[in-house]
Design a protein around this ligand. Structure first.
Ligand SMILES: [Zn+2]
Length: 262
């Protein structure tokens, strides 16, 4: 398992995961045992979990939750995304456009602009296992995650940039013009890829793995991201999570060993 590089230039930003609550977390570094215990208490009894749930330290606890905030460096007037040659585009060949599923737009006042992409991080949603394969079912599921990230976590938008469903389709999520909200303290230049499902409790389909592989290769080529910078959520030292679940983690390790992600 690759030890994620620690980038001191990466400011604490928008983390991943969330629940159906709107608990605010102070902008601290990785939580210590007290923080985790407090979080566990706060989250006890909560219902649906959204986004990279499953803490390492407790069954079915969601990952850290904290509000989507701007970095000090970026805390100026929001700059809306522009469709220019200098702005990264989320549009990739064969990727389902955001318009196919989203019922709301990103709030630019709450988001940081994306900096050059240096990492890709793979997640699962960690929710109730999802087996939907048709595009209508998938669209509803992604919108459900977006609505909870926005409505409950008060984030600018869904936390991830791309989603891969069980049929292997890739979907555009948060515009890559904006920093995501998916790894604690490590969102700068970090592309978030969500595989729909809970891979502690179900297995990814072969189509989903194929779709993920193609998307990872496309993104790494487009943004010149080396294979060593393609990580799973749990491989970040700032994270305390089971995400993307044992059954997907094993597949990613296998892809790495076979050279697919090199
Ligand atoms: Zn995750």
């Amino acid at each position: 398992m690759t030890q994620p590089p620690v980038d001191p230039a990466v400011a604490r930003n928008q983390p991943s995961a969330g629940t159906s609550t709107s608990i605010s977390e102070p902008q601290t570094d990785a939580p210590g045992p007290r923080g985790l215990a407090r979080r566990a208490m706060l989250l006890a009894g909560l219902g649906a979990l959204v986004g990279c749930a499953s803490q390492r330290s407790g069954r079915n606890l969601p990952g850290a939750i904290w509000p989507e905030t701007r970095t000090l460096a970026d805390a100026g007037t929001p700059v809306p995304a522009r469709s220019t040659a200098t702005t990264a585009s989320s549009s990739l060949p064969g990727v389902m456009p955001r318009g196919k599923w989203a019922r709301g737009n990103l709030n630019p006042a709450q988001a940081n602009k994306m900096t050059p992409c240096r990492y890709i991080t793979i997640h699962h949603d960690g929710m109730t296992p999802f087996y939907g394969t048709n595009s209508g079912q998938v669209a509803i599921q992604i919108e459900k995650i977006r609505a909870m990230h926005v409505g409950s976590n008060h984030w600018a938008d869904i936390g991830y940039h791309y989603v891969v469903d069980r049929s292997g389709r890739a979907w555009e999520a948060r515009s890559i013009s904006y920093q995501g909200a998916h790894v604690k303290d490590q969102n700068k230049g970090n592309i978030g890829v969500l595989c729909l499902g809970n891979f502690e409790r179900q297995r990814p389909t072969q189509q989903q793995l194929n779709g993920l592989r193609v998307l990872l290769l496309t993104l790494s080529t487009r943004h010149r991201i080396p294979g060593k910078n393609i990580l799973t959520h749990q491989e970040w030292s700032s994270a305390s999570t089971l995400c993307p679940g044992a059954n997907l983690q094993r597949e990613i390790v296998g892809m790495r060993r076979s050279g697919v992600l090199a």
